[in-house]
Design a protein around this ligand. Structure first.
Ligand code: ADP
Length: 475
C-alpha cells in the first residue's frame, strides 16, 4: 500500500498551528509501517535552493487555463516530501494571507494545489490519498471527477475554517455545476471547499473522538452539522499525538537544562531561568502559562473576564501569543497595571519550549478545541493543564482519574468555573507530594503518534479493501 499525505503546512518547512505538527509527526509514525510520501505547497518565502528539483513535472488545467507545476523534494526525517511550485500558489510570501487579510485568490491557489495533488498521486501510483482540511479538500472531488482508482481519506483539523468562496470561483476552478447543490459543494449560494472533502472522500476523520461527536451538533457544527450527520457513517475521530522525540524535555536543546521525571529539580531550574527571562519574581509562586493564537476559539474573552481577579491571587501568569487584534490591546492594558503578568507576542518556537518546561500550569480555556496539542506537550514537560473540557481536551485531560493524562478540568466556559479551576490548581500546587505525583504520572503518559498511526493504517486498509459501509456511502 502506498499513501500520499497532503497538507498546506508541514513542520519544519511551514507552520502556523497544530496542523503542521501533525502533518510532520503522523506520516513519520506511519512510515514505520507503510510507504508514505508527503506533499505541500512551495510558498514564496521558502528557499527552493535548499530543496532538490524533481525530474517529474506536469501541468494542471483549471477553467480554461493551464498552470505549469514544478516539483521539489526534501527528506523530512525519513519521509520524502514533495513541494508544489505553481503560479499564484507560490507567488505569495505568506501561506494564507498578509496584513490585509486572506489572499483574494486563495480559491485558485489551493485549487491548483488540489489538482496538483491528484496529478502527483496518479503519477506515483498512490493507493490512498490522505487529505487535511479545506486547502486539500477539492482533491477528493477531482479524484471522483476523473474516476481514478485512488481512495481518499479527509481529516478535519478545524471545522471553523471551511474555505468559502463566491459561486463565481466554480468557473475559475473548472468545476462542473452538477456538483453545486446542497448535497455537494454549495453552501448558501457560495462554494464551500470543506464540503467537497466531506462529500467526496471515502472516509472522514476528525482529530479527536469527542470533536467527531461535537461537530454533529449545532453548537460546534459551524453550520455543517446537518451535512455531517448525513455522512456520519463514514466519520470517526482519531486522537492526534505529538512528536515525542522532538518534544522531549530530556534532550530539548532550547531548554536551560534538560530534565526528566526523575530529576524535577531541573524543571525548577527551567522555571527560574524563564522567570528571569520574563522579568517575573519569586520562583516559589505558582506559574500559569499560555501558548496560543489570539483567536476567539482559544477562549480569550473568557480569560480577559477572569484575568484581573486571577492576578489578585498569589501567582504569576506568562502568555506567549501570536496575532494582533483587540485581545492584544486588552491584554497589554491589564499587564501595565499588574507586575505578575508577562506577555510575549509573536510566534516563537524556542521560547514556547522554554515556557512548556518552566510552567507549573498551562491554561487552555478554549471555547472549542478539535484536539489541541499544547496540553499534551505541556504534560510531557511536567506542566499540569487547566482546561475547559471540550473536544480533544475532554479526551486527553482528566481530573481525579487514573486515565492519562491528568489536570484541572472545568465543564462550562464561565468566569466562575475558570476561577474555581485556578483555585483547585493552587491547592494542588500547595500539596507538594500530590503535585509531583501528577507531574510524574503525566510525564509517563504515552502521547506519541503510534496509536493514531495504528488507527489510520486500519482505516487505510479498510479503504483499500473497499469495506461495505464505505462503498455504500459513496454510491
Ligand atoms: P491550533 O492548531 O489551533 O493553533 P494546536 O494546539 O493544535 O492549536 O497547536 C498549536 C501548536 O502551535 C503547538 O505546537 C503550540 O506549541 C504552537 N504554538 C501556538 N502558538 C504559538 C506561539 N505563539 N509561539 C510558538 N508556538 C506556538
Amino acid at each position: 500500500m502506498k499513501a500520499l499525505f497532503a497538507a498546506s503546512e508541514i513542520f519544519p518547512f511551514a507552520k502556523t498551528g497544530g496542523l503542521a505538527d501533525v502533518a510532520h509527526a503522523l506520516p513519520r509514525a506511519l512510515s514505520k509501517q507503510l510507504e508514505i510520501i508527503s506533499v505541500m505547497p512551495l510558498y514564496g518565502f521558502m528557499q527552493s535552493a535548499s530543496l532538490s528539483r524533481d525530474e517529474l513535472s506536469f501541468s494542471v488545467t483549471l477553467g480554461s487555463i493551464e498552470y505549469d507545476i514544478a516539483l521539489y523534494t526534501a527528506e523530512n526525517q525519513g519521509v520524502k516530501t514533495y513541494f508544489i511550485q505553481a503560479p499564484l500558489l507560490s507567488a505569495t510570501q505568506g501561506l494564507y494571507g498578509d496584513e490585509n487579510g486572506e489572499y483574494a485568490n486563495n480559491d485558485l491557489r489551493f485549487g491548483i494545489f488540489c489538482a496538483a495533488i491528484v496529478e502527483l498521486a496518479a503519477a506515483l501510483q498512490i493507493d490512498i490519498v490522505h487529505l487535511n482540511d479545506w486547502h486539500t479538500a477539492l482533491a477528493a472531488l477531482f479524484i471522483k471527477e476523473r474516476s481514478l482508482d485512488i481512495k481518499s481519506l479527509f481529516t478535519i483539523h478545524n471545522l471553523a475554517y471551511q474555505g468559502i468562496f463566491e459561486a463565481s470561483s466554480l468557473q475559475r476552478l473548472g468545476i462542473d455545476s452538477r456538483y453545486f447543490h446542497m448535497d455537494g459543494i454549495e453552501f448558501y449560494g457560495a462554494l464551500n471547499c470543506m464540503k467537497a472533502g466531506i462529500a467526496y472522500s471515502d472516509r472522514v476523520t476528525t482529530v479527536s473522538p469527542r470533536y467527531a461527536e461535537e461537530i454533529l451538533t449545532a453548537e460546534f457544527g459551524c453550520g455543517l452539522e446537518g451535512f455531517l450527520q448525513h455522512h456520519a457513517a463514514k466519520l470517526s475521530g482519531v486522537l492526534n499525538g505529538i512528536d515525542t522525540e522532538y518534544f522531549d524535555p530530556s534532550s530539548d536543546t532550547a531548554l536551560a537544562s534538560g530534565f526528566d521525571a526523575h530529576n524535577l529539580d531541573l524543571k525548577y531550574c527551567n522555571k527560574k531561568a524563564l522567570l528571569k527571562e520574563a522579568g517575573l519574581k519569586d520562583p516559589r509562586v505558582p506559574l500559569f502559562v499560555m501558548i496560543s493564537r489570539l483567536a476567539h476559539q482559544k477562549g480569550f474573552d473568557l480569560l480577559l473576564e477572569a484575568l484581573k481577579p486571577m492576578l489578585k491571587k498569589r501567582l504569576n501568569i506568562l502568555i506567549l501569543v501570536e496575532g494582533v487584534n483587540h485581545y492584544r490591546t486588552a491584554l497589554e492594558k491589564i499587564a501595565e497595571k499588574h507586575g505578575n503578568l508577562c506577555l510575549f507576542f509573536g510566534y516563537n518556537e524556542a521560547l514556547s519550549h522554554r515556557i512548556y518546561a518552566g510552567g507549573d500550569f498551562l491554561l487552555m480555556p478554549s471555547l472549542f478545541e478539535p484536539c489541541g496539542l499544547n496540553q499534551m506537550i505541556a504534560m510531557r514537560y511536567g506542566t499540569v493543564p487547566v482546561v475547559h473540557s471540550v473536544g480533544g481536551l475532554f479526551d486527553t485531560v482528566h481530573e481525579d482519574s487514573e486515565t492519562c493524562g491528568t489536570g484541572i478540568v472545568f465543564l462550562r466556559p464561565t468566569k466562575k468555573a475558570l476561577l474555581n479551576a485556578v483555585e483547585r490548581a493552587l491547592s494542588l500546587k500547595s500539596d507538594v507530594q500530590k503535585m509531583e505525583k501528577t507531574i510524574r504520572f503525566n510525564m509517563a503518559c504515552d502521547f506519541s503518534f503510534e496509536k493514531s498511526a495504528k488507527a489510520y493504517i486500519g482505516l487505510y486498509r479498510e479503504l483499500q479493501q473497499g469495506s461495505l459501509t464505505i462503498k455504500d456511502y459513496n454510491g
